[in-house]
Design a protein around this ligand. Structure first.
Ligand code: PLP
Length: 449
């Protein structure tokens, strides 16, 4: 029945008049009215089709309208639509057990939250209660969410306007081989120098004051920064040496994005706490949580945990989470992500890098990649400056517009064209979307000097 100009006008009118949007100057945005979604695709009311290489906000891991997830929610709604958190519920318990089964080491209890920010907020709260210390170390180039401590832990400009926030957070540099803050020339050296810097930060901030280090296992929005060999193990070792807890933020990379239940599994490290959200149920009903080690959980056997949320472990959200486990196992989603990542995406990313002078660096793993755009490969001058907006951001806006005009909705941040399709994306869709990225990079190339 598309196009439907009347329906589009009505959606737009209500939205513009009454919906207050995130992170935006309200008069400067024009949200796409979305009519429908299926699998990796959504449609506007004009009948334009968008292949979603952003998985919405990198959460739609099983795509739109997955029949198993829809059915699980419908069935649960018919049985028992809600139950408060201090009671025991079958789906909540089953989901917690299944998460514990795939979590590394002795992490085997789950505190459920409504999303990622409150997962990080509560993980930090647990770390503070457990250690009796207050300070938190977090990396520059990170995002941890929009609540007070999570936004203060965030290492990107979204923190700036919310400062001072939580005064007990300090930032350090994580590894970033392409623009190394440590002037290193190899990944191993990058990891070593980043660890030396972190250790100095710990010593100078005072280990006796630091409750936790929070780190995205693979940095997501801020650049798909895959940690170099040995880095995460080094962080684990420093935490052990100095009596600090290690919180892995896996809100974006957990549940399959890099072909693992938890991304730390790929790097063979066991944090003390892991936070998750997004992919746990593809965001069909809001859900996040903290996976807790036995050591920390045991502390709260006799000391009350001072935190809670009315909708913690909501049955509709948990039912979609249990269905997610069933689909992942039945359809081999993790294996699929690893296979597509290595066999299809990695070679095409390399091709794009070889072909386009605007590509300074490509990096990624599984179905999670970043293409870093520059005006000059020698100087690495960025296609647009850090945190550019308005006219300064025009070259990136041209790249984005080219993707959209070719039917692909990209994931972009600053000077990067990123890539995070649903994990059920087909090979044909991958090629079609990467063909559009190829054309969009022609646009980026026009700015090269
Ligand atoms: N942590 C990471 C790594 C994220 O990518 C995000 C959201 O993008 C969050 C935390 C915050 O999650 P939420 O928006 O569900 O609060």
């Amino acid at each position: 029945s598309l196009p439907d100009a009347e329906a589009e006008a009505a959606v737009r009118a209500d939205d513009r008049a009454h919906v207050f949007h995130s992170w935006s100057a309200q008069a400067l945005i024009d949200p796409i009215p979305v009519a429908a979604g299926q699998g990796s695709t959504f449609w506007d009311y004009q009948g334009n089709e968008f292949l979603d290489f952003s998985s919405q906000l990198v959460y739609l891991n099983l795509g739109h309208q997955h029949p198993d997830l829809v059915k699980a929610i419908q069935t649960q709604a018919g049985r028992l639509a809600t139950i408060q958190p201090s009671m025991a519920s079958d789906v909540r318990g089953e989901l917690a057990r299944r998460i514990a089964e795939v979590a590394p080491g002795d992490l085997d209890k789950v505190f459920f939250t409504n999303g990622g920010a409150d997962a990080n907020e509560n993980a930090i709260r647990m770390a503070r209660a457990f250690t009796g210390k207050r300070k938190v170390l977090a990396a520059y180039r990170s995002y941890h969410g929009n609540t007070t401590t999570a936004i203060t832990a965030t290492g990107d400009p979204r923190r700036w306007t919310n400062e001072p926030g939580d005064g007990s957070v300090q930032h350090f540099f994580g590894p970033y081989a392409y623009r190394s803050p440590f002037h290193s020339s190899s990944p191993v050296e990058e990891a070593q120098r980043a660890l030396e810097h972190l250790e100095q930060t710990i010593v100078l901030e005072g280990a006796s004051t630091i409750a936790a280090i929070i780190l995205e296992t693979v940095v997501g929005t801020n650049g798909v920064l895959v940690p170099p060999p040995g880095y995460l193990q080094g962080v684990r070792d420093l935490c052990d040496k100095y009596g600090i807890l290690y919180i892995a933020d896996e809100v974006m990379v957990g549940f399959g994005r890099i072909g693992e239940w938890f991304a730390v599994n790929r790097f063979g490290v066991t944090p003390d706490l892991i936070t998750f959200a997004k992919g746990v149920n593809s965001g069909y009903v809001p859900l996040g949580g903290v996976v807790i080690s036995q050591k920390i959980a045991a502390h709260f056997d006799t000391v009350a945990f001072q935190g809670g949320l009315t909708y913690s472990g909501h049955p509709l959200a948990c039912a979609a989470g249990v269905a997610t486990f069933e689909v992942f196992e039945r359809d081999g989603i993790l294996e699929r992500v690893r296979d597509l990542g290595e066999r299809v995406v990695a070679p095409r990313m390399k091709e794009l890098a070889d072909k386009h002078p605007s590509v300074g660096d490509v990096r990624g793993v599984g179905l999670f990649w970043a293409i870093e755009l520059v005006r000059n490969r020698e100087t690495k001058e960025q296609l647009v400056p850090f945190n550019a907006s308005g006219a300064a951001a025009a070259p990136m806006n041209a790249v984005i517009a080219e993707c959209k005009s070719r039917g692909v909705y990209p994931f972009t941040h600053f000077n990067r064209l990123q890539f995070a399709p649903p994990l059920i994306v087909t090979e044909e869709e991958l090629h079609r979307g990467l063909d559009a990225y190829d054309r969009a990079l022609d646009v980026a190339d026009t700015y090269v000097h």
